[in-house]
Design a protein around this ligand. Structure first.
Ligand code: 13P
Length: 331
């Protein structure tokens, strides 16, 4: 694939009114989500859930791409089709999470993301399975002296290697440095400072490694005060703080910023995205979404593992997808 094709795919992932569904929960995370609705975490139930979302009629008006997990892209769905084929028929790009999760780094407090070993070979397989974009998530804790410079740099280098290998193999990388801003009692200012520091370092290393900014997307957290901060802020303050960080840290060649929802409620995540797009009209990048929980939470509850609920579940999923899509234009 030429870099021009990659530019086009990156742009189409953040086309007006559209964004990404993150359905790439690892088996461990998906088990927690299914436990919460009293459903056994079997391969079949995990596939069923992904099939319900992928076959929602009309979802393609709001969703440009779906990030999948290894198990979901490899296995047949309960009715026999492959998920990447279903998505492609709807003109939705299939994507794949290629990191292998986090391990403790340096101290018990911080983490480093694994997955570079054998990545090029895995990318070749994923290409055959129909994926056109990739994702890699690094995680940072906010505390008095955290994240450390060592954890920031180690994760930036990992993200840069991942992004470069992805582009060389013909994929659009989604670079996801997730600062766990909702955890703790820090204020918005601290969240802003840490997010800015991480993003500046990430782009420093992306540049060093020669990653093409036109053919990638950034998936960051919004700047938010911790849930335990006594000084909670308005959507406007959050929107302003987040865009101020992006302005100083993200090169204008990057076509889009696709926020994670990070534990915000579906309404909060939608409201903050809407507010950013309402206040800021002339930013160099599209401000879009790559939500996991904020897109799935309500529908997952409506489903509760029962086949009788599938129609109602898809209706709930579509309503949220449309709200998030409308938030792309400040509505
Ligand atoms: P959330 O939107 O639930 O944070 O998930 C996004 C994601 O892909 C995390 O890696």
């Amino acid at each position: 694939m030429t870099s021009n094709n990659l530019d086009e795919i990156a742009k189409s992932l953040v086309a007006p009114g559209k964004g990404i569904l993150a359905a790439d929960e690892s088996t461990g995370t998906m088990t927690k989500r299914l436990d919460a609705i009293g459903v056994a975490s079997t391969v079949e139930n995990r596939s069923k859930w992904r099939e319900i979302m992928a076959t929602t009629a009309g979802a393609e008006s709001a969703i440009s791409g779906v990030i999948l997990f290894d198990e979901t892209i490899r296995n047949q769905l309960p009715k026999g089709s492959m998920i990447a084929d279903l998505l492609r028929k709807k003109k939705i790009h299939p994507g794949i999470k290629v990191d292998k999760g986090i391990v403790k780094f340096n101290s018990d407090e911080e983490t480093f993301t694994l997955g570079l070993d054998g990545l090029t070979e895995r990318l070749e397989e994923y290409k055959k399975l129909g994926a056109v974009f990739t994702k890699w998530r690094a995680v940072y804790k906010v505390e008095k002296n955290l994240p450390s410079a060592a954890a920031i740099t180690a994760n930036s280098v990992g993200l840069a290697q991942f992004a470069l290998l992805s582009q060389k193999s013909g994929f659009v990388p989604i670079v996801e440095p997730e600062v766990l801003v909702l955890k703790g009692s820090h204020d918005l200012k601290k969240s802003k400072v840490v997010t800015e520091k991480v993003l500046k370092d990430v782009f420093h290393w992306l540049k060093q490694f020669g990653v093409n900014f036109d053919s990638m997307l950034l998936k960051p957290n919004m700047a938010l005060p911790g849930r335990d901060c006594p000084n909670q802020t308005t959507a406007k303050e959050i929107a302003r703080a987040t865009v101020e960080v992006l302005r100083v840290a993200v090169p204008k060649q990057v076509p889009g910023i696709v926020f994670l929802s990070g534990g915000l409620t579906p309404d909060e995540a939608t409201e903050y995205l809407k507010t950013m797009n309402k206040i800021y009209r002339n930013l160099p990048w599209q401000l879009s979404f790559s939500f996991g929980r904020a897109l799935q939470q309500e529908a997952l509850k409506a489903w509760s593992g029962k086949s009788n609920n599938v129609k109602a579940t898809q209706a709930v999923f579509l309503v949220r997808a449309k709200k998030v899509s409308a938030a792309r234009s400040g509505k």
